[in-house]
Design a protein around this ligand. Structure first.
Ligand code: TIU
Length: 222
């Protein structure tokens, strides 16, 4: 059985590598570019760019090996019917979910600003999950799609570490998936929160799962 070095201990790969999926959370213009949702919440969005090159390398490898890839988008329907008022009203920014911004309506499905960044745009055949919440399992067909393909192991990447990535990882862990967060392929607006998330994931013998670097994964799978 293949494994690679991870924290808190080695991560074992499934016997059939097709049971391993790369999950890329919310790498959307809304979170990475000025004028989107992340910016409207008052964040410095520029620091999320650092993960694009390593994440692109991991995505390219998964494509070359024909292994499953899942992309998620945080978004809402244009009529906001799937957006709780509690979510829309939260925060002090001038622009709220559904308001018109420089890249179209904030966090609305189909708007230019809601798209995945071009470097990581999904290809036909890859799973794309649109989600109204922070976790990718809530109110989505993700679990069904994973079950249909026999996927049991997940590599978690994307933004932001302590919000949508961690929420999704916890949801997946409770559903029995073997989850690993890729340290250099996830980022937060708050460096301390990223570090704390990595530590809380792998504490207590891997209470939520494992963490490792993309280099470990790439040199094992290549
Ligand atoms: N605000 C923040 O850090 N994140 C989100 O609102 N969504 C995701 O993490 N995708």
């Amino acid at each position: 059985m293949l494994s690679f070095s991870a924290q808190p201990y080695d991560y074992s790969l499934p016997a059939d590598l097709h049971q391993l999926a790369l999950v890329i959370i919310d790498m959307q213009r809304d979170f990475l570019e000025p004028g989107g949702f992340g910016d409207a919440l008052g964040n410095d969005v520029s620091r999320l760019q650092a993960i694009v090159p390593p994440l692109k390398r991991l995505l390219t490898l998964f494509r070359a090996l024909r292994l499953p890839i899942v992309h998620t988008l945080e978004c809402h329907q244009p009529d906001l019917s799937d957006c709780p008022m509690s979510k829309r009203d939260r925060g002090n920014g001038k622009l709220k979910i559904g308001d018109e911004g420089p890249m179209g309506r904030i966090l609305i499905l189909g708007e230019p600003g809601n798209a995945i960044i071009p470097e990581l745009a999904p290809l036909p055949g890859e799973i794309v999950i649109t989600k109204p919440g922070k976790g990718a399992f809530y109110a989505t067909p993700l679990q069904l799609q994973l079950q249909e393909r026999g996927i049991t192991h997940l590599l978690l990447t994307g933004v932001t570490t302590e919000v949508c990535v961690q929420t999704t990882m916890r949801e997946a862990n409770d559903r029995g998936y073997e989850c690993l967060m890729v340290e250099d392929c996830t980022e937060s607006y708050f460096p301390d929160f990223k570090q704390a998330t990595l530590e809380m994931v792998r504490a207590q013998g891997g209470i939520v799962g494992w963490t490792t670097t993309s280099a470990q994964i790439i040199c094992t799978l290549e």
